[in-house]
Design a protein around this ligand. Structure first.
Ligand code: SAH
Length: 229
């Protein structure tokens, strides 16, 4: 998969891209990620990329021209499945959306800043909008990093143990059951007996029941459409 991120602060991605799963995906050749500094696409001699809002009001607005030039350049190189704008007023990224995006070949992620982008960018250049939650960030960089991470770990081959992503919360409509590791007892706090037994069937049943009760308790909406026990 190839992801092109358009941003005014591409340096914000450095730590994120050079560690953990995104790094592993790049090393394995499963992810090509390119950062584009919007200022490089400004024709203005001051390299400005924003301007005052028509109609007044506080804050600056990102201009359409550099964004259009950058997206047009990228589109001249290859076809994109989606041009995604990160914005708090869009549907919130969820696991089904991440699953669907992980099947794409080429994606553009556009990060907003200041008051956001000229509305014409959203009307004419963007094919999809995503939020990462009902709160306002100062820029779309963290949102783009969150979307990238959620999607990249689902690309087949990125995680070593394929079943690891499949058994995560949400993948089967349930939250993940609790997990434990050694020692079996710490300060008198014990690992559930069943997990120490050799009975795989009982362990699997325990994990399923835990996932179910945890989902009922914490996120019952996930159970809509799933038949009761
Ligand atoms: N004036 C806008 C917020 C602008 S915040 C409004 O009230 O809706 C600046 C930029 O940060 C946005 O353009 C967007 O790209 C990004 N951003 C802020 N919060 C976000 C969120 N919850 N999800 C995704 N992107 C977000």
């Amino acid at each position: 998969m190839r992801i092109d991120i358009i941003s005014l602060f591409p340096e914000m991605f450095e730590g994120f891209l050079s560690s953990s799963i995104p790094l592993r995906a790049r090393k394995k050749g499963l992810l090509e990620l390119e950062l584009h500094n919007l200022r490089d696409y400004s024709t203005n001699k001051y390299k400005s990329v924003d301007d005052y809002p028509y109609g007044g009001g506080a804050g600056m607005v990102m201009s359409i021209e550099p964004i259009d030039r950058c997206i047009s350049f990228l589109k001249s190189q290859r076809d994109y499945d989606e041009v995604i704008f990160t914005t708090p007023d869009a549907p919130v990224l969820d696991q089904p959306a991440a699953n669907a995006l992980s099947l794409c070949r080429n994606l553009i992620l556009l990060c907003g800043h200041y008051k956001g982008v000229d509305e014409r960018v959203r009307e004419h250049l963007v094919t999809r909008e995503l939020s990462i939650g009902d709160y306002v960030l100062s820029g779309g960089e963290l949102a783009a990093a969150v979307i990238t991470d959620a999607v990249v770990r689902l690309i087949p081959g990125v995680l070593n143990d394929e079943t690891s992503a499949l058994s995560d919360s949400f993948q089967d409509g349930l939250l993940s059951p609790p997990v434990y590791t050694r020692p079996p007892e710490y300060k008198g706090w014990k690992v559930p007996e069943v997990l120490l037994s050799g009975n795989d069937k009982l362990k699997a049943e325990w994990r399923y029941q835990q996932a179910l009760s945890r989902t009922k308790e914490r996120k019952p909406r996930l159970l809509d459409g799933i038949p009761d026990e």
